[in-house]
Design a protein. Structure first.
Length: 215
């Protein structure tokens, strides 16, 4: 009987010690949480240009941690595509800075290589965004050109954005080197619809619409 009691007591002590060790050891994080998910975004811009050709400009973006992949069409020129690879960096909390440094290849009506960037600075409901690229035409250096799109926006509510945008492009011509004007944006869940009015002081102005979806 004494031996049985000793065996039972030893077993109970061993189980109690194992229970204490299990409580002290941190639980292993699920494997799914350790993996970085892909973030995808698809957008299309519609350009309605007076006395020039109306066209659409689609873009697809994929981010995986610091890795940035992007494909554009009708951005640098009509009937021209470009593919990009870049690196994402970001710092800050209340005042947030995010930047992507990229390099791309351009093909179609325009052929070349291009270093580029995407940059955003946000604070509360304000955001300054800019993207740009310097295209080096491999067939004719006279076609080298700096493309840029920049905008300052204010979002008083999550679903509504208002701001001012400017663009420098060769995809269309209006007689102005920089297209500029106000815009409005409306967001529902992962879908955003925006309307831009460039060169409102010109008659008629250039209208641009955009529809983007995030996954």
């Amino acid at each position: 009987m004494k031996a049985a009691r000793r065996l039972a007591l030893a077993t109970a002590l061993a189980l109690a010690a194992a229970s204490v060790r299990a409580q002290e050891e941190p639980a292993a994080a699920p494997e799914a949480e350790e993996k970085t998910a892909w973030e995808l975004e698809a957008s299309v811009y519609g350009y309605f240009v007076p006395e020039d050709k109306d066209y659409g400009q689609p873009t697809v973006v994929a981010d995986h941690g610091a890795l940035h992949l992007e494909a554009r069409y009708n951005y640098e020129d009509l009937d021209t595509g470009s593919v990009w690879v870049g690196w994402n960096v970001g710092v800050g909390d209340a005042l947030r800075l995010d930047a992507t440094l990229m390099v791309g290849g351009v093909f179609g009506e325009l052929t070349g290589v291009a270093p580029g960037y995407e940059l955003s600075v946000s604070w509360k409901s304000l955001e300054l965004y800019s993207e740009g690229e310097w295209v080096f035409d491999t067939s004719n250096s006279d076609n080298n050109f700096f493309y840029t799109w920049s905008q300052l926006s204010w979002s008083p509510w999550e679903w509504f954005t208002v701001g001012f945008a400017a663009q420098r492009t060769r995809a269309y011509e209006t007689g102005l080197d920089v297209q500029r004007g106000p815009f409005l944006g409306f967001t529902y869940k992962s879908v955003t619809l925006s309307v831009y009015v460039f060169n409102a002081d010109e008659q008629p102005p250039t209208w641009v619409t955009s529809l983007s979806v995030s996954f």
